[in-house]
Design a protein. Sequence first.
Length: 178
Amino acid sequence: MNRAGLVAALALGAGVSVAVGVYAGVHTPAERPLFTLGFSGMLQMKAWLTTAAAVLLVVQLVTALGMWGRLPGARRSRAALALTHRYSGTAAFVLTLPVAVHCLWSLGFAATSPRVVVHGLAGSLFYGAFATKMLGLRLRRLPGWTLPVLGGTVLALLVLIWLTSALWFFTRPGVPRT
């Protein structure tokens, strides 16, 4: 077992989480968007991109289950599942980047409500968990549970981010959704 590699990956992931959180806490928010990618506002952009990333993480979950032999008939298409898993994960991660930039640069860390605090912590932890998972993919001789736990952590954190941001946004009355 590669304990040193796993500890190093976890330490680096923790460092990423702390760095993101510290930056969010010490940076003075600009309180304006850098760009909106054609959406009517920054919150609309963030909500829809996060929703798209969350949908792609459902694809990640299904393809991971197939690659690990947990879906009937999936063994025959393992290469296609692996390719779909890789590219849907890449797309989901890329979709989170404009959201994170605006969370950090435009809004910063706030403690205005429990929802906002949980959202900020989950966002910081998400990038650390993602870094840990990416490093874990490169390490040899990890325990069999490692990658599913790391992937599940990334998925759970993005779901928590979605619940505390996009779902909250979409259920607010009187706010334009696009």
